[in-house]
Design a protein around this ligand. Structure first.
Ligand code: NCD
Length: 311
């Protein structure tokens, strides 16, 4: 049986560190945070969260900060390495050892895969991975699951398509692992060059049915949840490769004629051109709802890790 005490002081580095029961527990606590997101609370009064962002961010950083403020805590941090002593040559290890003297929890985004795990080894306070290169983005996956449960009632039984840059999108990697703990059919749709990482496919294949496609047309009528990501241009080692896939997929109203009436479309945002803005005003579009759900989900994580949730 999972209990709140299982999360106290815990790092959140990879979605693979969590069992299905633990994830379901977090999603339940997020539900309990909904009223507190409206009224505010002093659950984390006196606690300080540090956001160390070495890469651009809008939603992840602002929603962690919003979550902390709504629970009565405070926030310090920086939103680009140019503003920190990293520019003077300070190491990530030293940065973390300094910041833990100020804050009870560290939220870290970094371009290097493995950076969050590395930081957690040095820090005596919990570290939350807010994106580690192309590798993982576990809190985004949790808010994606929370959105699916809220919109569809449950995750089991659904056919879920992950579409776009399956190679470099860290949101996709964490979400694919998380979904493989449920009874779902997964359809991966991408240009050939951006197929899902082999090691992830091998890992999840034994647990769930997995299909790979290069186009959405044939499979769209079966899909309950369509999760779209932008091409992660900044992660391409060779810009000529990016040029080959730029603009190669796009969801618009014409394509959606073949969709189930109750299809939901999710996107971690930012969007570039892969979902046409004309889709925004249809009942399919849930990506702005996802943003709102990110706040309650992160409230739940902060409250759990900082020991504010009693059994
Ligand atoms: C994503 C990220 O940073 O990985 N954004 C987010 O956190 N919501 C997705 C992206 O950049 O495409």
């Amino acid at each position: 049986m999972v209990s709140a005490s299982d999360f106290v002081g815990r790092d959140i580095i990879s979605i693979k560190d969590f069992t299905r029961d633990e994830i379901d527990y977090i999603l339940r606590v997020a539900g309990e945070m909904e009223p507190l997101a409206k009224t505010g609370s002093d659950m984390l009064k006196g606690k300080i969260m540090a956001t160390l962002f070495f890469e651009p961010s809008t939603r992840t950083r602002l929603s962690f900060e919003t979550a902390m403020y709504k629970l009565g805590g405070s926030v310090i941090g920086f939103s680009g390495p140019e503003a920190s002593s990293i520019m003077k040559g300070e190491s990530l290890a030293d940065t973390v050892r300094v910041v833990e003297k100020y804050a009870s929890i560290i939220v870290l985004r970094h371009p290097a895969e493995g950076a969050a795990r590395f930081a957690a080894e040095y820090a005596n306070v919990p570290v939350i991975n807010a994106g580690s290169g192309a590798e993982e983005h576990p809190t985004q996956a949790l808010l994606d699951l929370y959105t699916i449960v809220r919109e569809k009632g449950q995750i089991d039984g659904l056919t879920i398509a992950l579409m776009g840059d399956l190679k470099y999108a860290r949101t996709i990697h964490s979400l694919a692992y998380a979904l493989s703990l449920y009874k779902v059919r997964l359809i991966f749709i991408s240009p050939e060059l951006l197929r899902m990482r082999r090691e992830i496919l091998e890992d999840i294949r034994g647990r769930v049915e997995v299909y790979e496609q290069t186009s959405i047309e044939d499979v769209l009528p079966e899909i309950d949840v369509l999760y779209v990501t932008r091409i992660q241009k900044e992660r391409f080692p060779d810009i000529a490769e990016y040029a080959k896939v730029r603009g190669s997929y796009r969801i618009d109203l014409a394509i959606l004629k073949k969709a189930k009436k109750d299809l939901i479309i999710l996107h971690p945002l930012p969007r570039v051109d892969e979902v046409s803005v004309e889709v925004d005003s249809t009942p399919f579009a849930k990506y702005f709802q996802q943003v709102e759900n990110g706040v309650v989900l992160r409230m739940a994580l902060l409250a759990l890790v900082l020991g504010a949730i009693k059994e």
